[in-house]
Design a protein around this ligand. Structure first.
Ligand SMILES: C[S@@+](CC[C@H](N)C(=O)[O-])C[C@H]1O[C@@H](n2cnc3c(N)ncnc32)[C@H](O)[C@@H]1O
Length: 286
């Protein structure tokens, strides 16, 4: 069973018109794409993701609505081309559900998992060259510490970076998780390597820059009266989305529809605990 986070809320804020054209920038396994497509008549949805594996699964999951979906393999930086390729100038709505999918996070061979052994990979797009293993085994200690501190918001970053450099070569996800666990004691519920894994994943996939790029091009991809809906799972990302949407409001280019972020209901969290940290924000373009 696949649970896209805040699905009903995303659909509500997109205010879907059956003849409209939508862009799902992060199709993943196709959960949100499917919900959009099923509400369309003559319209269609461009379903984009940088992960070809996920797109193949999304194709299966959305087969029933295939006539209303155009798939596209690319990053946020390629979205302008994705839209133009389908003969569209502006879309009626853009959805981005940021981060990694459950599939990416839990499939051991993708190397994101802290709990199952796998290669230190973490590339969302497997045609990309640099893997987490390349960073872990060849980056300077200072660079590792800065990434873990800034992207992972991990206070014990220096200690962790030192332990990583000493333990090189690090061969697998569980090897790395063990090195971090021995370097810093567990505090609270999180595995001590959670933030380190998150930081590496963000660097491997250049996630901060990709989000900045998305936030800068999204308003130009959406027609006047159309909407942008974004779901984020990390405070760093939600902050960027919030600031961009507020700036659009101040500049008279958009109307913020969510004064406070929309979060999942108790029921959704009960059924799908990973949705716990999801935050949705929406803006209407003027
Ligand atoms: C949280 S998942 C989306 C799940 C999806 N909404 C669903 O219902 O299955 C995020 C997806 O965004 C993709 N992604 C993340 N950053 C991206 C980027 N810069 N360009 C394109 N896709 C990206 C990931 O590969 C992943 O499949």
């Amino acid at each position: 069973m696949h649970y896209p986070a805040l699905s009903a809320e995303a659909i509500e804020y997109l205010a879907i018109r059956p003849e409209g054209i939508y862009l799902d920038a992060t199709t993943g396994l196709g959960g949100h794409t499917r919900e959009i497509a099923r509400r369309l008549s003559t319209g269609f949805v461009i379903a984009n993701d940088r992960d070809a594996d996920s797109l193949a699964q999304a194709r299966e999951y959305t087969r029933e609505f295939a006539a209303r979906i155009q798939f596209h393999h690319g990053t946020f930086s390629d979205l302008q081309e994705a839209v133009a390729e389908h003969g569209v100038q502006k879309v009626d709505g853009l959805l981005a559900d940021l981060g990694v999918s459950r599939y990416q996070l839990t499939a051991p061979h993708r190397g994101f998992s802290i709990l199952a052994d796998g290669p230190l990979d973490m590339r969302m797009d497997q045609s990309q060259r640099t893997t987490a293993g390349d960073l872990v085994n060849s980056a300077a200690e200072k660079a590792l510490a800065d990434w873990i501190y800034q992207c992972g918001e991990e206070r014990r970053a220096r200690k962790i970076a030192r332990a990583i450099v000493r333990a090189r070569p690090i061969r697998s996800t569980l090897h790395l998780a063990g090195v971090v666990e021995r370097a810093v004691p567990r505090t609270g519920r999180l595995h001590p390597a959670t933030r380190t894994f998150m930081a590496l994943r963000m660097v491997v996939n250049d996630e901060q820059r990709e989000l900045d790029r998305l936030l800068s091009i999204a308003p130009d991809l959406v027609r006047s009266g159309g909407r942008i809906v974004m779901i984020s799972f990390m405070s760093l990302e939600d902050r960027k989305v919030k600031e961009k949407f507020r700036a659009l409001g101040r500049e008279g280019r958009g109307t913020v529809l969510t004064k406070h972020p929309v979060t999942p209901s108790e029921q959704e969290i009960g059924e799908n605990p990973p949705s716990r940290s999801a935050k949705l924000r929406a803006v209407e373009i003027k």
